[in-house]
Ligand binder design. Sequence first.
Ligand SMILES: Nc1ncnc2c1ncn2[C@@H]1O[C@H](COP(=O)(O)OP(=O)(O)O)[C@@H](O)[C@H]1O
Ligand SMILES: [Mg+2]
Length: 493
Amino acid sequence: MVEDARPANESAPPRAAVGFLRGLSGKLLLLTIVFVMLAEVLIFVPSVANMRIRWLEDRLNTVAAAAVVVDGLQNIELPRAVQRETLMATGTKAIVIRRKDASRMIATVDMPPAIDGEYDIANFTALGAIRDAFDTLLFGGKRVMRVYGPLGESDATIELVMKDGSLRNAMLVYSRNVFLLSIVISLITAALIFLAINRMLIVPIKRLTASMQEFSDEPSSPERVLVPPKGGDELAVAGQHLASMQRELQKTLKQQKSLAELGLAVSKINHDMRNILSSAQLISDRLSDVDDPVVKRFAPTLLRTIDRAVGYTQEVLSYGRTAEAEPRRRFVALRPLVQDVGELLAVDRQSGIEFDVQIRDDIMVDADGEQLFRVVHNICRNAVQALTNHQPEDGRPRMISVSAVRTGSVVTISIEDTGPGMPAKARENLFTAFRGSARSGGTGLGLAIARELVLAHGGTIALVEKPTPGTLFRIELPDRPVRLDAFRAKGRS
Ligand SMILES: Nc1ncnc2c1ncn2[C@@H]1O[C@H](COP(=O)(O)OP(=O)(O)O)[C@@H](O)[C@H]1O
Ligand SMILES: [Mg+2]
C-alpha cells in the first residue's frame, strides 16, 4: 500500500552522482580559474605599459651618464672608434644633448636611419602609453624610435635614436613571466576558494542530497532520517527543516498505511456482508407470499431495511475503489443518458414524482458515459429520496427537472427538484465523504463520489441557491482540449 503512494519511477529526480565537471565543485573550480585569469589580464595591460616606460627611462639614464661625461670634454670631437663603442654599449644609433641655446651630437652611426616613431618619456597619457606598449608588442621589433627625456635635474634634454628590438624582447619576457605567474596565482587562489567553498557549501549540500535519496529509497525506515546538522547557517537550517519534514512524512506514511489496511479490511467485510444480505433479500422476498397477517405486516419493512443495507454496502464498496478509473471520454448524447437514470429510479407519474427532461437531442457531452451516469444518478436519487414523503406547500407538483445547455465547449447540466431543500447539516459537509449525510441510513458518499467523478473530467459541481424551495445542483463539464497535432493527423488521413 505504501509503495502505491510513492510517485512513479519516471518522475523520480536524477541521482546526484554527476561527473566532476558537471557537479557544482567542478564548475566552481573552472569559474575561479577563469575569473582570476581575467583579473590578471586586467592587471597586465597597464603594467606592461608601465614596464615599457621604465625600461626606456633606464636606457635614457644609462646613456645620459655616458653622454654627460663626453659632453664634459667640451669641444673635442670623439674619435669614430670611441663613438661606435659608446653606441654599441648602449645599443643606440645616435645620442644628442639639447640645451636651450645649442644641441650637441654626442655620437652617431655613419648613416642615421629614418625614424618610425617619437616618444617623450616625461609627457605621456596612460591610454597613450598602453597603446604604444601594444603597438611595440604586436608590430615592433624592426622599427627605429626616437626617445627623449630630461637630462637629470638640468633643463637639458637627452635624446637617443634606437632600434626597438631589445625593448620588444624585454617586453616579451616580461609578458611571459606575468602569464606564468598568473597561472600559478590563479591555481593557488582557485584551490583555496575551492577548498573553502567545498567545505562550507558543497559537502553539506551533498549530505542533504544523499539524505533525500536514501530517504526516498526507503521512506519508512527511521534510520534514513537525516541527523539534523548543528549550526545556524542557511544550509544547517535547511538540513534541520529537511529532517523534521522527513519525520513528519514518516508519521503520515505510517498513518496512511494503517488507514489503508483498515480500508482493505472494511471493504472485505463489506463485500461478504453484501453477499449475506443478498441471500437475506432473496429469502425475505418469499415472505410476501406467506398468508400470516403478522408476517404480512412486517414483511415490507423488513424488505425495505434489507434493501437499504444492500444499498449501503454497495456505495461503500464503490467508494472503496479509492482511485476512480481515469474517465474514458467520448461524445455521448445526454438526453438518453438522463432518461435512463429516470427509468432506473422508476420515477414516473404513477410514483407521484414527475421527471422532466429539458435537453435537446443534439446536446453531446465529452465524458465517460458510465461515470456521468453515476453522477446524474446519485444526484437524482437524492432528489427522489428528498421528495418521497414530502409535499410541496405551494401546491407545485413533486418534480425533478434536468436541463442542459452547451455554451462553446462547456456543457452545463442543472438538476432541480421541488423538495424541502438541502438541510443545514448536509450543507456543512457537502461533498465530504461519510460526513455529508443528513438522513438516517445515508452514507454521505453519493455527492462525494459525484464530485470526484466531475473533477476527474476537469469540471465543477455546485449547489446553487434558488428563489423557490427545493434544491438545484449545477454541473459544468468542459470538452477535452483539442490536441493540435492529433487534429492535423486526422485531417491528413
Ligand atoms: N435534492 C436534495 N434535497 C434535499 N436534501 C438533499 C438533496 N440531495 C442531497 N441532500 C442531502 O444531502 C445529504 C448527502 O447526500 P449524499 O452525499 O448523497 O449522501 P446520502 O444520500 O448517503 O445521505 C443527504 O443525506 C441529504 O440530506
Ligand atoms: Mg445519496
